[in-house]
Design a protein around this ligand. Structure first.
Ligand code: NDP
Length: 387
């Protein structure tokens, strides 16, 4: 029986992964090693019971008593905190879904890679912050990394066995998020509630707001650069409000292969779960006649300054990715806490990059997890709103 683990099981991606495991036979088809969550203890316990997990881990020490109570008599072990997440990720499993949100997903992801097996990577922050560490851990553990972000899964599927050398460009599409058609002068007034509503995808709040600001797309451009070893000039972004074409790969002979699918993350997660095979998934098939037309346009960089910041990050290399992500997470925290306007987030990130780019070692890739965490902490400090 295949051993599986989900880190971030109680989130939007984690729920989709859980749904796929349950529909594919649940505990009769998979040996669930570890499930992790954060504050949603009731749901974590419910999932752990349903899949008969070996261990359930909450990221927060103070939530352990509740988790222990919720799983009393179930036979599921319980644990809490960062070290417990790493220990759980080190337990032998064939397939691990990395679905924690933010840089917090990096340590368990690295531990899973060191241990080997397949890492289905939704946590884009891992590659943005620490691609060399992620790749080195995969090499040491003999692990396979499969993309779960829908655009990267689409590139992966469109590439097939083609040589990346023959790829002229990849195009990642973006829905444009909540404010794609808002008048520019109104963006400064955008509220957290408005930014947390996505026109096409049902996702966690943080990535939904990042979609409205295009920080999510900026992260994905960096992720594609790292995942596929593509030079930045070969990565393009197009706004595609229908969210049906997830990515396109243009070859040097002029042929472009596009990947289409309904906006449902279970496709990309299911593909990674069944890879290298394809199996039926509980998803509606695409009906293009019903959709009628697919439209594309260039992104406006005045509306979405995050895209230009991403190009700067790729050009700088070194610690820029870790700084960019942490500064973005801080700016997002401040927007959600109503300390910052929607349009001020990019400025805070630019400020942190600018301040830290002069620091010794900025141009060198972080050589350890603690190096990444140091840059992460420094970036959060620089990006934080003065109180
Ligand atoms: P959610 O916010 O919905 O879920 C996040 C998960 O991580 C939850 O299980 C949450 O626990 C847990 N968590 C939160 N903070 C911490 C922490 N500090 N330490 C450990 N665990 C924590 O996120 P999404 O599912 O939307 O996104 C997860 C990842 O997947 C992100 O990296 C995102 O960019 C990426 N992704 C998401 C897509 C989507 O459609 N949602 C699409 C493509 C990529 P709890 O809720 O119990 O507190």
């Amino acid at each position: 029986m295949r051993g599986v683990s989900i880190f971030g099981a109680t989130g939007s991606i984690g729920e989709s992964g859980f749904d796929l495991l349950m529909r594919a036979g649940g505990p009769d088809a998979f040996r669930t090693v570890a499930l992790s969550g954060g504050r949603n203890i009731a749901r974590l316990a419910e999932m752990a019971r349903a899949l008969r997990a070996e261990i359930a881990v909450t990221a927060y020490d103070d939530a352990l008593p509740d988790l222990r109570d919720a799983l009393a008599g179930s036979g599921v072990q319980v644990a809490a905190g960062g070290a417990a997440l790493i220990e759980a990720a080190s337990r032998p499993a064939d397939w691990t879904l990395s679905a924690i949100v933010g840089a917090a997903g990096l340590p368990p992801g690295l531990a899973a890679l060191e241990r080997g097996g397949t890492l289905a990577l939704a946590n884009k922050e891992s590659l943005v912050c620490a691609a060399p560490l992620v790749k080195a851990a995969a090499r040491r553990g003999g692990a396979t990394i499969l993309p779960v972000d829908s655009e990267h899964s689409a590139i992966f599927q469109s590439l097939g066995s083609d040589n990346i050398e023959n790829v002229e460009a990849v195009t990642i599409t973006a829905s444009g998020g909540a404010f794609r058609d808002w008048p520019l002068e109104q963006l400064a007034l955008a509220t957290v509630e408005q930014a947390s509503t996505h026109p096409n995808w049902a996702m966690g709040q943080r990535i939904t707001i990042d979609s409205a600001s295009m920080f999510n797309k900026a992260m994905e451009v960096i992720e594609a650069h790292e995942f596929f070893d593509l030079p930045p000039r070969r990565i393009k972004v197009l706004v595609h409000p229908e969210s049906i074409v997830h990515a396109m790969v243009t070859h040097n002979d002029g042929g472009t292969i596009a990947h289409l699918g309904p906006p449902d993350m279970r496709h990309a997660i299911g593909y990674a779960l069944n890879w290298p095979d394809r199996r039926p998934l509980p998803l509606p098939l695409l009906d293009l006649a019903k959709i009628g037309s697919l439209t594309f346009r260039e992104p406006c960089e005045t509306r979405w300054p995050a895209l230009a910041l991403a190009r700067g990050v790729m050009a700088a290399g070194g610690a820029a990715g870790a700084v960019f992500n942490a500064a973005k997470e801080q700016a997002l925290d401040d927007f959600i806490a109503r300390r910052l306007k929607f349009t001020e987030m990019a400025g805070r990130v630019a400020h942190a990059l600018d301040r830290l780019s002069g620091q010794p070692g900025f141009g060198e890739s972080p050589s350890s997890l603690s190096d990444v965490l140091d840059w992460d902490a420094a970036a959060r400090k620089e990006a934080a709103c003065p109180i």
